[in-house]
Unconditional design. Sequence first.
Length: 297
Amino acid sequence: MEFLTTSEAADYLRLGERKLYELVTSGAIPCSKVTGKWLFPRHELDVWVLSGLARPAGMMAADPPPIVGGSQDDLLEWALRESGSALASLNEGTMRGVDRLVRGEVVATAVHFHGEELSSGASDDPNVAAVRAIAGLHDAVLVGVVRREQGLLVAPRNPKNLQGLRDVLASGATIAVRQSGAGAQLLLEELLTRIGTSVKELRRLEPPCLTGPDLAAAIRAGNADCGIATRAAAHAAGLDFVPLLWESFDLLMRQRSFFRPATQALIIFLGSKRFKQRAAELSGYDTAPAGQIRYAA
């Protein structure tokens, strides 16, 4: 990735350096501070301009491909098929999905953030707080899909009697983990921080599992004793489930993408009776937020 200095970025955008600094100070332009100097990723500046934040009059922003990136979820994948939206899915985890959205490579991305906000006592939930902090998404819309129950997946009848991460550590159980940046991995790291330890102290199955169903399959095959995923993933794989918490699971997109026919078809379907019935069948879902705008920049 090519980075521009402040003067280069000002010349590239045809702005005065004073105006550029104003944008930096207000958090309105993608940039990063390295050893005291501001750097501007050239590709992100292109996306920022085309997003409509500073595009010249008459210039049309390029439409992103009809793909929903981010976190994997069985209910969402079913909704993509049944809604008639013609949207495809690309499951790579929360953070990779956000990266693709910022670069204009997906029309929306499914997210479930966990981190400092989860235990900070802040009024915002982790998804809203995280979206507000993403420098390249000043036109963001966060649409509720569901609240999901996350917990420890274990073999039937829970042979190691695991009731939480302290038991996982004490027993030396093998835990299947997710790739860096996946929402479930962010959750695991946050919960370990709460009890004063880290992922390094766990006996981990390698390589990481790319989705919740992959993690469930590893436990089902006996390659791991446990792992963090949704109740729905446990139910689908015939595994036992030790509940840990409920989380918000949302779709993140740009304002212009919210109004696209394909996106609207999916959002409208999220509020349907069929969606609620399917959620009940899969188990571990609360559909109260489905289709609601939870945050708009």
